[in-house]
Design a binder for this molecule. Structure first.
Ligand SMILES: *Cc1c(COP(=O)(O)O)cnc(C)c1O
Length: 404
C-alpha cells in the first residue's frame, strides 16, 4: 500500500527541524510544530487520479499524513464529507455560488473526528499509552472514541458549561472525564499537572501535539478534490483554537507545491462570536498576536477560545491569502442557523451558523460582490446543541383536533 512521506517537524516560529519519529509536544520556543513531507517524492510517485480511485475516507491522502505503518491507522470511516450546493441560501444571501462542507456527518458529529483519527493513530504508532486533553467538548468526545478504538487510555477535562452531550460521548467510550468549574485554559492547567505523573501518556492539548492539524488539513484537500482540483475564491471558517484554518491554509500550500492546484489560494475568513473575538480584534488592530477578552461568552461553545496558542498562525493565514476576520453576535448566528435549516433542510451547529451570518455581513459591506465561489465550513451537527432551538408547539389530547 501507500507510505507516508513525512520527513520532519518544523518549529512554526523559527523554522528549526525536529525529529518526527519520537513523541513531541511544542518546539523549544513553546510554539506549535508543523509536520513536513518530502513533497517532491509524492509528486513523482502519486497522481490525483491515483487518489480518486481510493476509499472515500481522509486516509486516501496517506502519503501526506504522518502514519508510517498503515496497520496503526485507527478509523471510524471519517472524511470525504459532502460539499453541498446551497442554491436557496445563496440566493437569499446574494452569493449564488455558495457551498457548505458539512462536517456534521462525521463520527461524533463534529470535524474534531479528523484531528482525533490522525492524532490518535500517530500516538499509538509512537508507543503512547494514553492521551490527556482539555476541551470545550467536541474535541474531547472525538479523542475519547478514537482512543477507545485504539486501545489507549483517555483523560478528558472540560468546563462544566460545555455541551452536555459531549460528556456522554466521553463516558460511553470509557474515558476518565472531569468537569472543571472554569474555562478551557483552567482545564488545560489541570491536565498538564496530571500528565506529568503518567509515564507514556501524552498531552494532546490543541497545537501541543503536531498531528491533529494533519487530520484537519484534509478538509482543504477534500474541498480542492471535490471541486475538480480547483480552489474556491473564499472559505469561511469558525475559528476557536484556529487549528482548522491553519490546517486548511497548510493543505492548500502543500497542494500548490505538489502542482495539484494552481492560481490564487482561497481567501480565508476567520469567523468568531462577538462575545469572544480575540482574533478579529487583533486583525483589525493590525497586530500579530491576540489578547484574551475579559469575559468570553457565546452559545457557539466550540469557538470560545480566549487565547489560542496558534493565534499568530491564524492571523498569518488570513493576511497571506487576502482574507479577513469577522465577528457576529449570538443573535445573528442563531437567526442564521434557523434560516439555513428552513432554506436547505440542514441543521448545523452554532459555530457553522456564525459563518453564514458572516457571509451576509460581508456581502452587505461589499467585501463579497456576489460573483465569488464561496465555501462555508460547517464544523458540526446541530444535534449536538439541542438547546439552540426552542420548541413551543401545542400538545394535543389523544382525540384532539388541530386548532383553527
Ligand atoms: C472546535 C470547534 C471549532 C473551532 O475549531 P478550531 O479549529 O480549533 O478553530 C469550531 N466549531 C466546532 C463545532 C468545534 O467543535
Amino acid at each position: 500500500m501507500t507510505s507516508s512521506a513525512l520527513s520532519h517537524l518544523e518549529c512554526s516560529r523559527d523554522g528549526s527541524r525536529h525529529d518526527a519519529d519520537v513523541v513531541q509536544g511544542t518546539s523549544p520556543l513553546g510554539a506549535p510544530l508543523l509536520a513536513r513531507y518530502d513533497l517532491a517524492r509524492v509528486a513523482e510517485t502519486v497522481t490525483r487520479e491515483d487518489v480518486a480511485g481510493r476509499a472515500p475516507t481522509l486516509w486516501r491522502y496517506s502519503e501526506l499524513l504522518p502514519v508510517r505503518d498503515q496497520r496503526h491507522v485507527v478509523s471510524l470511516g471519517e472524511g470525504m464529507t459532502p460539499l453541498l450546493d446551497l442554491p436557496a441560501a445563496g440566493a437569499r444571501l446574494g452569493v449564488p455560488t455558495l457551498r457548505m462542507k458539512d462536517e456534521g456527518v462525521l463520527p461524533t458529529g463534529a470535524f474534531k473526528a479528523r484531528g482525533a483519527a490522525v492524532g490518535v493513530s500517530r500516538a499509538r504508532e509512537l508507543g503512547v499509552k494514553g492521551i490527556a486533553m482539555p476541551t470545550n467538548g467536541n474535541a474531547g468526545a472525538a479523542w475519547a472514541v478514537y482512543a477507545a478504538r485504539a486501545g489507549l487510555g483517555a483523560l478528558i477535562a472540560m468546563p462544566v458549561d460545555a455541551p452536555e452531550i459531549t460528556r456522554r460521548e466521553c463516558v460511553v467510550a470509557g474515558a476518565e472525564l472531569y468537569l472543571v468549574d472554569g474555562l478551557i485554559g483552567d482545564a488545560g492547567a489541570i491536565v498538564k499537572r496530571a500528565v506529568a505523573g503518567r509515564p507514556d501518556w501524552q498531552d494532546t492539548s490543541t497545537l501541543r501535539e503536531p498531528y491533529r492539524i494533519e487530520g484537519k488539513k484534509t478538509m482543504g484537500y477534500e474541498i480542492a478534490e471535490q471541486l475538480g482540483w480547483r480552489c474556491p475564491d473564499v472559505i469561511l471558517y469558525p475559528t476557536g483554537g484556529g487549528v482548522g484554518i491553519i490546517a486548511i491554509y497548510k493543505a492548500f500550500l502543500e497542494l500548490k507545491e505538489l502542482g495539484w492546484i494552481s492560481g490564487d489560494l482561497p481567501r480565508l475568513v476567520a469567523v468568531q462570536a462577538a462575545g469572544c473575538a480575540p482574533i478579529v480584534d487583533a486583525f483589525e488592530a493590525g497586530l500579530d498576536e491576540s489578547t484574551a477578552p475579559p469575559d468570553p461568552h457565546t452559545v457557539a461553545f466550540g469557538i470560545t477560545v480566549p487565547k489560542a496558542l496558534g493565534d499568530f498562525l491564524v492571523l498569518d493565514a488570513v493576511r497571506e491569502t487576502g482574507g479577513t476576520a469577522v465577528a457576529v453576535t449570538d443573535e445573528e448566528l442563531l437567526a442564521a442557523q434557523g434560516q439555513l435549516a428552513r432554506d436547505e433542510g440542514t441543521w448545523i451547529c452554532p459555530e457553522g451558523a456564525a459563518c453564514f451570518a458572516a457571509v451576509g455581513q460581508l456581502r452587505a459591506g461589499g467585501w463579497l460582490d456576489g460573483s465569488e465561489d464561496v465555501v462555508v465550513l460547517n464544523t458540526g451537527s446541530g444535534l449536538l446543541y439541542p438547546d439552540t432551538v426552542p420548541v413551543d408547539v401545542p400538545t394535543l389530547a389523544k382525540d384532539g383536533a388541530i386548532p383553527g
